[in-house]
Design a protein around this ligand. Structure first.
Ligand code: T5A
Ligand code: NA
Length: 210
C-alpha cells in the first residue's frame, strides 16, 4: 500500500508570471487536457480569495482597504499555509495540482516594493516545493496591452516592470520559461510537454519535498 501511494503521487505544478501573462488561460486548458486524458487533476490559484484571509487580500487588491506592505505580505503567505495540509493530502493521494501563482509571486511582488528578499522568503519556508515552475515570459509593456489593466492595485506599468526584475533575480535553471507572446495554442503545446514530463518523474517516485 505504501509503495503504491509513493509511486502514484500527483505533481505540484506552478505557473508564474506578470499580471496578464496568460496563466489563467493556460491553467484552464491544461486542466481540461489532463482531465480528458484520465488524470486526477485540480486547478488551484493563489491568492485563494474564498478563505477569510483571502477576502482580506482581495479587498486590499481592490484598493478597498489599506495595509502595511509587511502585513499584506504575511497574509499572502498565510493564505498558502492555510491550504498546505490539503495540498499535501491531494498530492499524496495521486492528484496533480495546477497552481496559478505560488511563493514566487509572494517574493517577487513584495520585493518589488523594496522589502528585503530574505525577509520575504522566510514565511514561505516549509511550504511544499513545486515539482515544476513554469514562467510565462512577457514584457510588462506587452502584458499591459492585453485587455487593458483593471483597477487592481498592482496593475500598473512601472510596478510590473519592477516585478519582472524581481522574477529575473529569483529564476533558476530548474524553471521552464515559455515565451508568453506565442499563440495560445503554441504555449499550450509547450506547456503540455514539460508538464507530462514532470508528471512522469513524480509517478516514478520522486519524493515530495519542502
Ligand atoms: N500577488 C499574488 C502577490 O502580490 N503576492 C502573492 O503571494 C500572490 C499569490 C492577484 C495579484 O496578487 C499578486 C499578484 C497579482 O497582481 P491574480 O488574481 O492571479 O493575482 O491576478 P493576475 O495574475 O494578474 O491575473 P490576470 O487574469 O491578470 O492574468 P493571467 O491569469 O496571467 O492572464 P489571463 O489568462 O487572464 O489572460 C489575460 C488576457 O490576455 C489574453 C486573455 O484572453 C486575456 O484577455 N491572452 C492572450 N492574448 C494573446 N496571446 C496569448 N497567448 C494570450 N494568452 C492570454
Ligand atoms: Na490570473
Amino acid at each position: 500500500e505504501n509503495t503504491e501511494s509513493r509511486s502514484s503521487r500527483g505533481a505540484l505544478i506552478v505557473l508564474e508570471g506578470l499580471d496578464r501573462c496568460g496563466k489563467t488561460t493556460q491553467s484552464g486548458r491544461l486542466y481540461k487536457y489532463l482531465e480528458e486524458q484520465g488524470h486526477s487533476v485540480e486547478s488551484w490559484r493563489f491568492p485563494d480569495r474564498n478563505t477569510g484571509v483571502g477576502q482580506m487580500i482581495s479587498s486590499y487588491l481592490a484598493n478597498k482597504s489599506q495595509l502595511d506592505d509587511h502585513a499584506i505580505h504575511l497574509l499572502f503567505s498565510a493564505n498558502r499555509w492555510e491550504k498546505r495540509s490539503l495540498m499535501e493530502e491531494k498530492l499524496k493521494s495521486g492528484t496533480t495540482l495546477i497552481v496559478d501563482r505560488y511563493s514566487y509571486s509572494g517574493v517577487a511582488f513584495s520585493s518589488a516594493k523594496g522589502l528585503d528578499i530574505g525577509w520575504c522568503t522566510a514565511p514561505e519556508i516549509g511550504l511544499l516545493a513545486p515539482d515544476l515552475v513554469v514562467y510565462l515570459d512577457i514584457s510588462h509593456e506587452k502584458a499591459a496591452e492585453r485587455g487593458g489593466y483593471g483597477d487592481e492595485r498592482y496593475e500598473q506599468l512601472e510596478f510590473q516592470k519592477k516585478v519582472a526584475g524581481s522574477y529575473l533575480a529569483l529564476r533558476d535553471s530548474s524553471w521552464k520559461v515559455i515565451d508568453a507572446t506565442l499563440s495560445i495554442e503554441d504555449i499550450e503545446k509547450k506547456l503540455r510537454e514539460v508538464v507530462l514530463d514532470c508528471m512522469m518523474t513524480c509517478h516514478k517516485g520522486k519524493p515530495l519535498s519542502q
